[in-house]
Design a protein around this ligand. Structure first.
Ligand code: G3I
Length: 358
């Protein structure tokens, strides 16, 4: 009798357990959250959430360091050339284009199932001397810019699906930044740049990209108005890049970030986190690294919660190579891998957030 009761109880327990297991697997599959191995890299975890995770790539380091290339291919889906596609590199002399580095990065991306984010067609920095020191009329400058954009976007036609077309055209007060392009062509240079990029590749997604525009402030308000105005004029613009260069002292409010993403969504625009890093004062300690991890996690969390946040890219991935110490003396350690390529708390925070199904 006892044995029969035991068998029935055990049988019920087995049926219930198997049903629960089947239900969990079914739910995971239906919600697009199938289980992944313990050591799954960021790109697999992010892809499961339909988010592309990326990094910028310093081409000098890329050429020199095999360990860098290995982590790059293992962890990331988007590759953004850090300098290789900027004006001074790609057209160092009038009408002489150099696509060698950009092409090498694209070949690597293709070979590793990654996608390239083109950066950047129009910026006021890293312009060649022949351009900034030349004496060009507005019409001549328009011709130079149009030819540059047509040539570069045309060269990568259908192979680069996402471009930063215009970078950093608005200042912190929300005014058009006083740049070489504004002085040389006038305010219409922005609309023209988008138009020309679209002509060269009608399928490409075209972004406006800026920093300190994550939360709600004069700059992000001005960018919102600029996007709305461009759309009203039927200028082909598809999204806004939020660079997200943060520090332990500059952290956007996540509610403001969410509202900013939401209002851009209401315009039908995508948002992309394009250049995230979180610089810390050196030397760092466990507390600062934990705070940094929380910032990475919160920004990722906000992106995942927004319908229109399509990608989450960092400006490099290892503290061994980063623009921060050169530009902000006394600061560093801004990225998720340390100088020995070991994962930091920030890396683990990203993994942990991406592992959560909801
Ligand atoms: O290529 C020269 C090399 O020939 C020379 O020997 C060396 C001497 O310093 O300089 C090299 O050029 C440097 C270049 O990076 C490549 O390493 C420039 O001096 C340096 O100014 C340049 O810095 C880049 C910076 O943009 C320029 O403003 C950083 O690498 C790059 O990370 C940074 O990226 C920008 C984004 O494009 C736009 N958003 C902000 C972001 C951070 O500033």
């Amino acid at each position: 009798m006892m044995g029969l009761a035991y068998r029935i109880t055990y049988g019920r327990w087995l049926v219930l357990t198997l049903t629960a297991l089947a239900f969990t697997v079914l739910l995971a599959v239906c919600t697009g959250c199938p289980p992944l191995p313990e050591d799954a890299p960021l790109r697999d975890l992010a892809q499961r959430k339909k988010l592309l995770i990326g990094t910028s790539v310093d081409e000098t380091v890329f050429n020199a360091d095999p360990q860098y290339r290995e982590i790059l291919a293992r962890e990331f889906m988007i590759l953004t050339p850090e300098n290789a596609m900027k004006f001074e590199r790609i057209q160092p002399e009038p009408s002489r284009y150099d696509f060698s580095q950009g092409d090498a990065l694209l070949a690597f991306a293709d070979a590793n199932g990654m996608t390239v984010h083109g950066h950047t067609l129009l910026w006021h920095r890293q312009l060649p001397g022949w351009l900034t020191q030349g004496d060009f009329s507005p019409e001549q400058l328009k011709t130079i810019l149009r030819t540059h954009i047509h040539t570069v976007v045309g060269h990568y036609n259908a192979r680069i699906a996402l471009w930063d077309v215009v970078s950093e055209a608005i200042d912190d007060e929300g005014q058009l930044r006083d740049t070489f392009w504004l002085r040389g062509i006038g305010p219409d240079y922005i609309a023209l740049a988008f138009q020309w990029a679209h002509e060269a590749d009608p399928q490409a997604r075209l972004l406006y990209n800026d920093y300190a525009n994550e939360g709600l402030n004069k700059k992000s308000d001005a960018i919102y108005r600029l996007m709305r105005d461009l759309q009203r004029r039927k200028v082909p613009v598809h999204g806004v890049g939020l660079q997200m260069h943060l520090s332990s002292e500059y952290i956007p409010d996540t509610e403001e970030l969410a509202r900013n993403m939401q209002r851009l969504d209401e315009l039908g625009l995508e948002v992309h986190i394009t250049e995230m890093d979180v610089r810390l004062r050196e030397p760092t300690g466990p507390e600062a690294l934990a705070k940094q991890a929380k910032i990475y996690r919160n920004m990722l969390d906000t992106c995942l919660a927004a319908d229109n946040c399509r990608s989450f890219a960092m400006w490099g991935f290892t503290d061994r190579y980063s623009w921060i110490p050169d530009f902000f003396p006394g600061w560093g350690a801004a990225l998720p891998f340390d100088e020995q390529f070991l994962p930091k708390p920030a890396y683990r925070a990203l993994v942990e957030r991406l592992r959560r199904c909801f």
